[in-house]
Each structure stands twice: as structure tokens, then as C-alpha cells.
Design a protein around this ligand. Structure first.
Ligand code: FAD
Ligand code: DLZ
Ligand code: SF4
Length: 512
């Protein structure tokens, strides 16, 4: 009898449409494993760990139903060696397998470990594509060949052209590539977003296993009611729900924040996308079909805004990651060294915007883009938090956080620690923006209109203090020119007052 091939499927490679699964093969055994190495490279949110484990278990079940041979190593399996490499090595050394095959890992750390493993194994090894993304890192590099800097818009247009998404006769439908300027509305009092779709599961057994196995985690979960979309079926239902109920307003309120609703019109599809339960192509195609069939309900502004997130930003971030790792992970443009204040872990702060965004993240392992960028990210960059700590926080707290997409978003877009590889300027703002886009300020201890005094909003002082502190590094940046022009005209005594208040805020950062 011929020996089977051992094929590894990682927790973020749950792609049932992969060519590995086209025909029920007799020559392969599919290996999935719950390992402590992956559960502990950052302090993960408990819902993130559960999400990965349930998704992997559901995927293994699906493969079994389809007659594939599956080997599933649960976290509490006694022979578990708790890393991809050591479990594979142990299994292959038994002599039972003719070859080892794996899909290209999305994370640099794991890709390196797999290359080393392949060199050590005594059998032939082969690497496959994950067959998930719309573009390759090589395409990304070729788009920017000869360019001074990356611009997401340039890459996005190339993806639109190569995929044909929202294109007609080589031109963008609606005669514009980008409707971003129409996508920035605050949520009006009368607009009530539909409830987020949920997929309740009892995960008490996994919670007990994590406790028994002493896996450290952050955040909370109701073990009787874990609600993330973690199977292919869930992901398809979530996509349908999004198209039917959320897409019509998605673009308009994409940047809005409110204490009344945690997900607004966002899809909450990032976890399912990142573990590959669903592909970017099918998500985009379903959304475009909804727009085509319902032009009176879904406008071009809404559909374009959504397509841009997935075909543009998501693929762009992946290109940046694979072009700049591993040095990207060490960049610290501002030489920021401060530790994360305690309220990133317990939400116990008087700043309502931070409290709401962190509390929601601890409760749900989810916050939408603007909460991540313009509240927690904004606060962290202006206060000079060490980007290593910021990365670990974002990587741990969000269920959708896998390094290839978390790192360029956090260290790049949000913290500008890459000095401008991803973005053209740091995303900083005073309370003015937060008040414009949310109802947070109206219920805050601090006064969004003030800088000074006990109740002056810290964001207001920090905004200017950050510019003054980093003048040497930023003043030549044309995107921030306006800020420095205003600073130039500011009387010295006002600047001194900002520096004084800024220092007071930073010295008392734990007490804000
Ligand atoms: P929606 O608003 O419904 O958007 C639809 C989809 O577009 C998302 O599911 C996602 O796949 C994609 N998308 C949107 N924006 C981005 C973006 N900037 N980069 C990549 N994809 C995008 N996204 C992650 O998937 N994992 C992360 O670890 C992550 N970390 C982030 C950290 C920071 C500091 C910031 C500012 C953003 C981060 N994002 C990350 C991007 C974005 O915030 C999330 O993709 C989004 O909030 C997920 O919620 P959703 O599925 O409801 O998204
Ligand atoms: C995030 C995660 C966690 C928490 N646990 C596992 C696991 O036990 N087994 C697994 O295969 N994958 C897990 N993952 C996802 C991996 O970290 C991810 O597959 C790698 O980083 C490759 O991108
Ligand atoms: Fe945040 Fe300042 Fe508004 Fe309070 S007043 S919610 S701290 S921006």
C-alpha cells in the first residue's frame, strides 16, 4: 500500500474551495492542530482563540463528511507537541508518510519556520498557494516599480482593471474610481442600523479546555453564547445578511461611531475572510450582484466604498507586509517608548471615546475601522506609545488579527512608525473629528471644546503637542503643512501652555 502524503492546514487556511479539496483523494491525510505556540505568541482575546478553534473543528468536520482523511490534534491531546513544526516532525518521523505538503503561510514567522522544517524533514516537501487572494506580492511590487512611494489608490485601480470589478469598457462605472468623499457621514438620530447577525454556539467545552491547559487570554466570552461566524455556512449567511440589510448604507456611515450600536453597517466579515472560510472574490461578487439587482436601494457610492476596502486596502496591506518584512516589524519612526496605559486592558478611563472603543473590544473582540484608527490608534500615536506594545495589543485583542493585515494597519497606517510606507501622514486628530463622527463627546467627563483646565479634552492638547514634539520629523511633510502653518502663527505663550499641559497629560497618562 502506498504511504499517504501529510498535508498541513493552518488555522487561517480553511479554504474549502482550494484545489486540494476538488476530488476526494485517497493519497493524502489532512492535519489540523490546536497548538500553544499559536495561542500564545501574543496575549490573544479569548474569543479569538475560540474562533480559530471552532472554525478549525468545523472545517475538519466538513472535510470528514466529504470523505477526506483528517487528523485533528486538539489542544489537550496528550501527544501534542504544541507547535506546527514539532508535531509535523514527530508524525513524519514515524515513517508513515511519503511526503509533506503545506500552503504558503500568511505570516512571516510561520513561513520561516516552515522553510526550516522542510529542510529538516526526511521526506519530499511541497508548498502550495492558498488560492485565496486577488493579487500576489509580486504584482504589488510590479505596480510600484519605479515609483517613489506607495499609493493605495494606484494599486486599487490596477486591481479594478485586472479583476473587472465595477468596470465597463475599461472605465470605472460611475465615471469615478473612488467615492470616498461621500462616505463620511455621522449617524443621524433617526437612523437605526439593523442588529448584527449572530451565530450562537455553546463553547463551554473549549473554555474549560483552555482553563485546564492554562492558556492565558484577555477579554471575556459568554461560554453559552459565542456569536462569531466561524463556519463556511455562517460566513455565507453573514454575507447574505450584509448584502440585504447593511450594504445600502455601508459607505455613508463607514466612519461613524455611536454608543447606541457597536457594528453599525459594517459586515463583520473580517474573521471569516482572514481564515479563508470565504474568499474576497465571492464577497465582492455577491455585493456587486446586490447592487446590480437593486440600483434603487444600493448606490454606486455604497458599493464602491465596500469594494475598495477588500480589493484595495486588504490586498494593498498584504503587498506592503510581504515586501517589507521582517524589518517592518522593527520600525519606530518617532522612537516612541511609552508603555500602554492600563485602560487599554480594563477600559477604566474618563475619556469616553477610549472607554467605549476598548470596552467593546474587550467584550466582543471587535471594533470597527474608525474606532481602531481614530480613537485608540490616534491616542496611542499622539502619546508616543511604543509600537511593539501597540502591535501586540492589536494583534491580541481582535478576532480578525493576523499579522500580515494587523501590522501594516497598526504600525503603518495608524502609528506612522514606518515613516510613511503605508500612509502619507500620521492619522491624528483633536476632539473635533471625534465629536463630528460620534456621540462620544456629549457623554464625556472631558469637554471637547476645551484644551485647558481639569476638563479640557486630552485629544485637543495632544494634537498640537504631538506636532510640536515631532516638528523636526514632520514639518516638511506636505500633508501636514497646514498644521505647521497654524503653529507658526500661534503666539509663543500659547505654544508654551500647550507644551506644559501636554507634559502634564503625559506624566499623568495612567490617570486620564
Ligand atoms: P468592514 O468595515 O465591513 O469592511 C469590509 C472588509 O474590508 C473587512 O472585513 C476587511 O476584510 C476589509 N478591510 C477594511 N479595511 C481594511 C484595512 N484597512 N485593511 C485590510 N482590510 C480592510 N483588519 C483585519 O482584518 N485584521 C486586523 O488585524 C486589522 N487591524 C487593524 C488595526 C488598525 C489600527 C486599523 C486602523 C485597522 C485594522 N484592520 C484590520 C482593518 C479594519 O479595521 C478591519 O478589517 C475591519 O474593522 C473589520 O471589520 P468588518 O469586517 O466589519 O469590516
Ligand atoms: C491565531 C491562531 C491560534 C490562536 N491558534 C491556532 C492553532 O492552534 N492552530 C492553528 O493552526 N492556527 C492557529 N492560529 C492561527 C495561526 O496563528 C495562523 O494560521 C498562522 O499565523 C499562519 O498565518
Ligand atoms: Fe474623547 Fe475628548 Fe470627546 Fe471625551 S471629549 S469623548 S476624551 S474626544
Amino acid at each position: 500500500m502506498t504511504k499517504p502524503i501529510l498535508r498541513l492546514i493552518m488555522g487561517d487556511q480553511l479554504n474549502i474551495a482550494h484545489s486540494w479539496f476538488k476530488d476526494p483523494p485517497t493519497h493524502a491525510e489532512y492535519l489540523l492542530m490546536e497548538v500553544k505556540e499559536e495561542a500564545s505568541y501574543a496575549p490573544h482575546h479569548i474569543q479569538k482563540i475560540i474562533g480559530f478553534f471552532v472554525a478549525m473543528r468545523e472545517f475538519a468536520k466538513e472535510l470528514t463528511v466529504r470523505n477526506f482523511r483528517v487528523r485533528y490534534i486538539a489542544l489537550d491531546t496528550s501527544s501534542n507537541k504544541h507547535s506546527f513544526a514539532s508535531n509535523v516532525e514527530e508524525m513524519v518521523s514515524s515513517g508513515r508518510y511519503s511526503a509533506f505538503e503545506y500552503q504558503q503561510p500568511d505570516e512571516y514567522r510561520v513561513a520561516q519556520a516552515m522553510e526550516l522544517l522542510a529542510q529538516r524533514l526526511p521526506v519530499a516537501t511541497k508548498k502550495f498557494d492558498t488560492e485565496h487572494f486577488l493579487t500576489t506580492p509580486e504584482q504589488f511590487r510590479s505596480v510600484f516599480k519605479g515609483h517613489q512611494r506607495y499609493v493605495m489608490e494606484l494599486f486599487y485601480r490596477e486591481v479594478r482593471r485586472s479583476t473587472g470589478f465595477l468596470m465597463q469598457n475599461g472605465k470605472p462605472i460611475g465615471e469615478r474610481w473612488n467615492f470616498d468623499s461621500e462616505n463620511r457621514k455621522k449617524l443621524p438620530a433617526g437612523v437605526k442600523p439593523p442588529p448584527a447577525i449572530e451565530f450562537p454556539r455553546d463553547v463551554s467545552d473549549i473554555v474549560s479546555m483552555l482553563t485546564q491547559e492554562n492558556v492565558q487570554s484577555i477579554g471575556t466570552v459568554d461560554p453559552k453564547r459565542f456569536t462569531w461566524a466561524v463556519s463556511r455556512n455562517d460566513a455565507q449567511q453573514a454575507l447574505q445578511y450584509f448584502c440585504a440589510h447593511l450594504l445600502p448604507e455601508f459607505g455613508s456611515y463607514q466612519d461613524a461611531m455611536t454608543t447606541e450600536h457597536r457594528t453599525l453597517f459594517h459586515s463583520k466579515l473580517s474573521f471569516a475572510l482572514n481564515v479563508k472560510l470565504i474568499s474576497p472574490r465571492e464577497v465582492i461578487e455577491a455585493a456587486i450582484k446586490t447592487w446590480e439587482e437593486n440600483p434603487e436601494r444600493v448606490s454606486i457610492e455604497q458599493i464602491e466604498g465596500f469594494v475598495r476596502q477588500i480589493a484595495g486596502w486588504r490586498e494593498f496591506m498584504r503587498g506592503v507586509y510581504w515586501t517589507h518584512m521582517p524589518e517592518y516589524k522593527r520600525l519606530n519612526f518617532f522612537k516612541a517608548e511609552r508603555s500602554l496605559p492600563h485602560y487599554f486592558w480594563d477600559a477604566d478611563t474618563k475619556m469616553n471615546c477610549v472607554r467605549q472603543s476598548v470596552q467593546q473590544s474587550l467584550d466582543d473582540s471587535y471594533a470597527h475601522h474608525i474606532q481602531r484608527l481614530m480613537v485608540t490608534g490616534n491616542f496611542a500615536v499622539m502619546t508616543g506609545i511604543n509600537p511593539d506594545e501597540i502591535d501586540a495589543w492589536y494583534l491580541g485583542i481582535y478576532a480578525d488579527a493576523v499579522e500580515w493585515v494587523q501590522l501594516p494597519n497598526t504600525r503603518g497606517m495608524s502609528q506612522f512608525a514606518d515613516g510613511g510606507i503605508v500612509g502619507t501622514k500620521p492619522y491624528t486628530s483633536s476632539a473635533q473629528y471625534i465629536n463630528k463622527m460620534s456621540n462620544y463627546c456629549s457623554k464625556c467627563f472631558y469637554n471637547y471644546k476645551e484644551k485647558f483646565g481639569e476638563r479640557g479634552c486630552p485629544f485637543n492638547t495632544l494634537y498640537w503637542d504631538f506636532l510640536i514634539r515631532n516638528q523636526e520629523k514632520l514639518e516638511k511633510n506636505p500633508r501636514i503643512g497646514m498644521g505647521y502653518q497654524l503653529l507658526k502663527k500661534m503666539p509663543e505663550k500659547d505654544k508654551a501652555a500647550i507644551r506644559e499641559k501636554g507634559a502634564e497629560i503625559l506624566n499623568n497618562i495612567e490617570k486620564l
